[in-house]
Design a protein around this ligand. Structure first.
Ligand code: ARG
Length: 251
C-alpha cells in the first residue's frame, strides 16, 4: 500500500512538473513570480509590455515589503488558476472573487478588496435584475458575472467574451442590451463614455483575493501579513485613493 501511494505521489509530481515553491524557497531566490491578466482596468492592465493597475501596484508593494523582486506573467483570465496549479508562478492577482467553487482548486489570501457585479446598459436599457428578463447580456468568460447572470430568471441570451473589455465593446456597439461587470470598472466606463451608458443595480457582492496553489500555507501566511501591514501603514489607502478616489478594502 505504501509503495502504491509513493508511486502515485511521484506520478502527480511528474504530471505537475514540481511542487509549489514554499516561502523559504521564494525568499532564497529573491524573486516572487506573480501572474495577472493585464486586461481588466483599472485593476490590472498593460502599459506597453508592462503590467500595471491597482492590483499590479499592490503586488509590487507587497513584494517590496517582503524584500522580493516581482516577476510578472501575463495570461488570459481563464488560464490563470490552471497555470498556478502547474507551478508556473507563485501566486495570482487578477480580481478573483473568493467562491466555494474556486476554493476547491486553490487557496485564497485575505481579501485585497471588496466589490460587486453591476449592470451597465445604454440609456433606456435594463437597470435591474428584473428588467434583464428577455434581454441579452455580455459577460467575460470564466467569471462570477457569468455565474450570477445565469441565476437571473428570464435572461434571453448570455454572450461570453474572452476579455471583459470585449464584453463592454459589445454593449457600446449595441450587440447586447447590457454588460455585467465589476462595479468600479463600470463606473470608469460610464465616465469615459459620458451619456452613452449608465450603471444599474448591483447583482451581487464579492470579496476579491489573491490565489496560491492549494496547500501553500507558508506563502499564504507571508502574503496575508504583508497585506495587513500595507493596510495598516497607509500604503494600501494611498494606492486605493489614487485608483478609485476611495478606500476599497473590505470592512
Ligand atoms: N471578479 C470577477 C470574478 O471573480 C471577475 C474577475 C475578472 N478578472 C480579470 N482579470 N479579468 O470572476
Amino acid at each position: 500500500m505504501k509503495k502504491v501511494l509513493l508511486a502515485l505521489t511521484a506520478l502527480t509530481l511528474l504530471a505537475t512538473g514540481a511542487e509549489a515553491r514554499t516561502w523559504a524557497e521564494i525568499k532564497k531566490s529573491g524573486t516572487v513570480k506573480v501572474a495577472t491578466e493585464g486586461a481588466f482596468p483599472p485593476f490590472n492592465l498593460m502599459k506597453g509590455k508592462t503590467p500595471t493597475g491597482f492590483e499590479v501596484e499592490l503586488a509590487e508593494a507587497l513584494g517590496k515589503q517582503l524584500g522580493l523582486k516581482v516577476q510578472w506573467t501575463v495570461l488570459p483570465f481563464d488560464s490563470l488558476l490552471i497555470g498556478l496549479n502547474q507551478d508556473r508562478y507563485d501566486f495570482v492577482i487578477a480580481s478573483h472573487g473568493i467562491t466555494p467553487e474556486r476554493q476547491k482548486a486553490v487557496d485564497f489570501s485575505s481579501p485585497h478588496y471588496c466589490t460587486g457585479g453591476a449592470i451597465v446598459t445604454r440609456p433606456g436599457g435594463p437597470l435591474t435584475a428584473k428588467a434583464l428578463a428577455g434581454k441579452s447580456v455580455a459577460v467575460q468568460v470564466g467569471t462570477t458575472y457569468l455565474e450570477n447572470v445565469r441565476k437571473v430568471p428570464g435572461v434571453r441570451d448570455v454572450k461570453t467574451f474572452p476579455k471583459d473589455t470585449d464584453a463592454q465593446a459589445a454593449l457600446m456597439a449595441g450587440r447586447v442590451d447590457a454588460w455585467v461587470g465589476d462595479k468600479f470598472t463600470g463606473l470608469d466606463l460610464v465616465k469615459a463614455q459620458k451619456g452613452k451608458v449608465v450603471q444599474g443595480e448591483l447583482l451581487f457582492r464579492e470579496k476579491i483575493g489573491m490565489a496560491v496553489k492549494k496547500g501553500n500555507a507558508t506563502l499564504l501566511g507571508e502574503l496575508n501579513a504583508a497585506l495587513s501591514k500595507a493596510q495598516a501603514n497607509g500604503t494600501y489607502a494611498k494606492l486605493s485613493k489614487q485608483y478609485f478616489g476611495q478606500d476599497v478594502r473590505c470592512r
